[in-house]
Design a protein around this ligand. Structure first.
Ligand code: PGA
Length: 241
């Protein structure tokens, strides 16, 4: 795992956007794995700027999002469908039919997850996966547990994630407690991965990621078995060794 330390969130967002733009420029038909949450907001806004300046063309890319709450409808402002529209899709020239987000309103979750896995494979797999890291070390909604799921699945959120995400909701009781998420194996199959961490609240998770051994108690640690992962963190998230 490579470590790239940026002086602040602005620099982290720019670096991450440059990596994504570089991928899309080298292969205009790239398959991107996308993340939501507050971490990638700055990166998306840099990508939108690059698009507006005519420096990158998204017309042929295909995207798969990591996760979505369940149940939730796409027009709910807290959904990740809504987040992607607001932060990226409505602002660039991506084709709607090339974007894929798990359906938070599906009735058969197993079928939806299986369809998603097959669609990723049919598109040739993910070239570049973007990840955030939870305060508890989760990636996607793969929460710390004794056993981790390899494939896309329905999962329960831990109390710590519900609490962390309650900042986006009017009340903690409104945070969904279930989600659909890519599995650890789905993520590891990506050819290249970048994982972003900013702010003091991520410092402990980053420290464990860099210093502890691989364990299902820190799902992000499993990324250490992958041959092309770059952890990009800002000064605040970077532990002092
Ligand atoms: P955040 O979430 O970007 O909102 O901090 C990251 C994550 O939970 O993966």
């Amino acid at each position: 795992m490579r470590l790239l330390i940026c002086k602040n969130y602005t620099e982290l967002s720019l670096k991450a956007a440059q990596i994504v733009a570089g991928q899309v420029t080298m292969n205009p038909q790239s398959v991107l794995g996308l993340a939501t949450g507050s971490t990638p907001v700055g990166m998306y806004s840099e990508l939108v700027k690059m698009y507006e300046q005519g420096r990158v063309d998204f017309s042929e890319i295909r995207t798969f999002n990591l996760d979505e709450y369940y149940p939730i409808s796409a027009d709910n402002p807290q959904s990740y469908h809504y987040f992607m529209e607001e932060n990226l899709f409505s602002k660039i020239n991506i084709k709607k039919e090339n974007t894929h987000i798990l359906d938070g309103k599906c009735t058969d979750t197993a079928k939806e997850c299986d369809k998603f896995e097959k669609l990723i494979a049919a598109n040739g797999g993910i070239d570049l996966q973007i990840l955030g890291i939870g305060q508890n070390g989760h990636i996607g909604f793969n929460e710390p547990a004794e056993n981790l799921n390899l494939l896309t699945h329905l999962t329960s959120l831990t109390q710590s994630t519900v609490k962390a995400n309650s900042r986006f909701f009017s009340d903690v009781s409104k945070v969904p407690t279930l989600a659909l998420t890519m599995g650890i194996g789905t993520i590891l199959k990506a050819r290249k991965i970048i994982i972003l961490a900013n702010g003091e609240s991520k410092k402990e998770a980053v420290k464990s990621l860099l210093t502890d051994s691989i364990s299902t108690g820190l799902p992000a640690s499993i990324l250490k078995v992958h041959s092309d992962v770059t952890l990009i963190c800002d000064n605040e998230a970077c532990p002092n060794f």
